[in-house]
Every structure is written in structure tokens, then in C-alpha cells.
Design a protein around this ligand. Structure first.
Ligand code: TPP
Length: 336
């Protein structure tokens, strides 16, 4: 197993680094405000927040090309925003409004943005893992050199769909990169209680002849560097890579979680490795931003999310007639 260490050496430009910091802040703010809107009853249904895991989505999606694809599970707001989704479209979706990225019909778990190659938002654990292989198969079949980045949680490691897919993805050398966001918790079940091995690179990599790499999932540049290598492999026809990004979720599994499975000390300790604070200090050390610059960025992000919320609140509900639209999509059958 290779292990990408946290490395203080910049792997990117100042411009891109500041962009990554801003995206992580945007995601954090989006999530924290969503929690408040949920408590006010403005957001309904299930809602899973991404706070604490931002460096995984931002670092990996940040090194993709525009024509690549991203697919994820239900904890999806961060990935969508990292892929460039307009926060207004995201927030409107949270509030079930017609201007939402899924026309207000998908909600928190079903963000989608086809134009940006963001293919969801999937609620059934492990269900999108075969879909990612399908996307990668289509890329290869058409002779393209794009890749598909697929995210899921450590709980999904136990789904049969993952193991069937990994075998085929490896055998057929599909251009897919699987990233398990190991936050050590599958709802309220900790990793050591649901996984026979704690090193997931063995279960997801070695077992299938796929290179498996563990990375510090709270270090945005380590994630970016690791994903970049995986992308190069996939583009050159060498097949999938399995990345285990080790991270932690700060909030509960969903909005109704008493969190009895972890101690307050454990959660507080995890915040010492907050990916945003880590990156802020790294960039300050490099002289790429100073304290007033960081404050300005926080203010700008706050204003952007405030605007998105205002937009979402004012936006109209989908009309009732729309209930019977978008239920199924006619298949695209190529004409001879
Ligand atoms: C097939 C299936 N079984 C059970 C559930 C209920 N469920 C929702 S989330 C979850 C835990 C998944 O945890 P993990 O994959 O680690 O992702 P995380 O929540 O940490 O992002 C479960 C069991 C589901 N959605 N789908």
C-alpha cells in the first residue's frame, strides 16, 4: 500500500490554491446554513451534511478536466459545489423549489448537474458504484479519454455491488477512480464494527488488482496530488485506482442523530484537524494569503451563501402538474 504523506510543498499555483480554500469555505457555509434552515423547517426530508470532509471533494474534483464525470452518494452538496454548481441552484433544491438543480424534486440527496458532468446524488448505499463503471465503460467504448470520479463512504465497502463492480472495472481497465471517504462511521456503526479489515486499500485495491492508495483526506493538496496520479493512469488506459481518503465528519450522520456512538472528546479532537484551518495556516506559511485576506474571503463566501438563500426562499415551488413529469426518461436509442 502506498501512502501519500502530508507534504508542505505546494503542488499547485497560488491562484488555484486560493480557489480551493474558497471552495472549502463555500461548502462549509452552505452546510452550516442548511442545518439552520432545516431546524427552521424550511428544508424537509433527509439531509446529510459534509462538514469536515471538504478537502476530499475539493482536492480531487479540483484536478479534473471539465469534460470528466463525477458521481457520488447522498452526502452530495460538497461534491456538487466543488464541481462548480451554482449555490443558488443547490440551495433552491434544498428548499424544494423549481429553480433547484433537480427542479426541486430531488432534494438534498439527489443533486444533479448534467452540464457539469455531475451525475448525482444517489440515496441507495453502493448503488452508484456500478453506474460509475458504466460511465467509464461508455467513455472507453466511445474512444474518449475522460475519467469518472466516484465517491462513497466506508459503509458502502460492504455492499455486494462494490465488489462485483471492482472485479469488472479492473478486468476491463475502465477509466474510473473510486474514492472511499473513510470517515470511520457508517451511520452509527464504526469502521471496526463493520469492516473485517481496517485498511480499506486491501479490500478495495489489492483484492481486485487495483492500485490502492491511502491519503490524508483532510489535506486538500495531498488529495489533489494522489488523484492527479490516478487520473493519469486512467487516461492512459491503465485502469482504475482505489483511493482511501481518511477523514472525519463533524456533524451527525443526518439531521436526526443523537451521536451516541462517539464521545464529545473524539469529535472535539477531530476538529483540531479541520481541513479548512489546516489549509489556511499552510497558505499563510507560504505567504499566499494573510489574515485580512482570509477574513475577506470569509465575508465574500458569507455574502454569496446569503444571496443563494434569499434566492431560494423567494423562488417559486414547482407547479403541481410537474409531479407527473421527469418520472422516467425515454432511452436514447442510436439510429442506424
Ligand atoms: C442499500 C441501503 N442500505 C441501507 C441504507 C440506509 N443508510 C443510509 S446511509 C447509511 C450509512 C452509509 O455510510 P457510509 O457509506 O459510510 O457513508 P457516509 O454516511 O459516512 O457518508 C445507511 C446504512 C441505504 N440508504 N441503502
Amino acid at each position: 500500500m502506498a501512502h501519500a504523506e502530508t507534504d508542505a510543498k505546494p503542488i499547485t499555483t497560488r491562484h488555484q490554491a486560493l480557489g480551493w480554500l474558497r471552495q472549502m469555505l463555500l461548502i462549509r457555509r452552505f452546510e452550516e446554513r442548511s442545518a439552520m434552515l432545516y431546524q427552521q423547517g424550511k428544508i424537509g426530508g433527509f439531509c446529510h451534511l459534509y462538514s469536515g470532509q471538504e478537502a476530499v471533494a475539493v482536492g480531487s474534483i479540483g484536478v479534473l478536466r471539465e469534460d470528466d464525470y463525477v458521481i457520488t452518494a447522498y452526502r452530495d452538496h460538497g461534491h456538487a459545489l466543488a464541481r462548480g454548481m451554482d449555490p443558488e441552484a443547490g440551495m433552491a433544491e434544498m428548499l424544494g423549489k423549481a429553480a433547484g438543480c433537480s427542479k426541486g424534486k430531488g432534494g438534498s440527496m439527489h443533486f444533479f448537474d448534467a452540464e457539469k458532468g455531475f451525475l448525482g446524488g444517489h440515496a441507495i448505499v453502493g448503488s452508484h458504484i456500478p453506474l460509475a463503471a458504466g460511465v467509464a465503460f461508455a467513455i472507453k467504448y466511445r474512444g474518449g479519454d475522460q475519467v469518472c470520479l466516484c465517491f462513497f463512504g466506508d459503509g458502502a465497502m460492504d455492499q455486494g455491488s462494490l465488489h462485483e463492480t471492482f472485479n469488472m472495472a479492473s478486468l476491463w481497465k475502465l477509466p474510473v477512480i473510486y474514492i472511499v471517504e473513510n470517515n470511520y462511521m457508517s451511520m452509527g456503526t464504526q469502521l471496526h464494527r463493520h469492516s473485517c479489515l481496517l485498511d480499506l486499500t486491501i479490500r478495495g485495491g489489492t483484492a481486485y488488482g487495483i492500485p490502492g492508495v491511502a491519503v490524508d483526506g483532510n489535506d486538500v493538496e495531498a488529495v489533489a496530488a494522489t488523484t492527479r496520479e490516478a487520473i493519469a493512469r486512467a487516461r492512459s488506459g491503465d485502469g482504475p485506482t482505489f483511493i482511501e481518503a481518511r477523514t472525519y465528519r463533524f456533524r451527525g450522520h443526518s439531521m436526526s442523530d443523537p451521536m451516541k456512538y462517539r464521545t464529545r472528546e473524539e469529535a472535539e479532537k477531530a476538529r483540531e484537524r479541520d481541513p479548512i484551518i489546516l489549509y489556511e495556516s499552510q497558505l499563510k506559511e507560504r505567504g499566499w494569503i494573510d489574515e485580512p485576506g482570509i477574513e475577506q474571503m470569509h465575508e465574500a463566501v458569507k455574502a454569496e451563501i446569503d444571496e443563494a438563500i434569499e434566492f431560494a426562499i423567494q423562488a417559486p415551488e414547482p407547479p403541481v402538474e410537474d409531479l407527473y413529469e421527469d418520472i422516467t426518461v425515454a432511452p436514447h436509442i442510436p439510429q442506424e
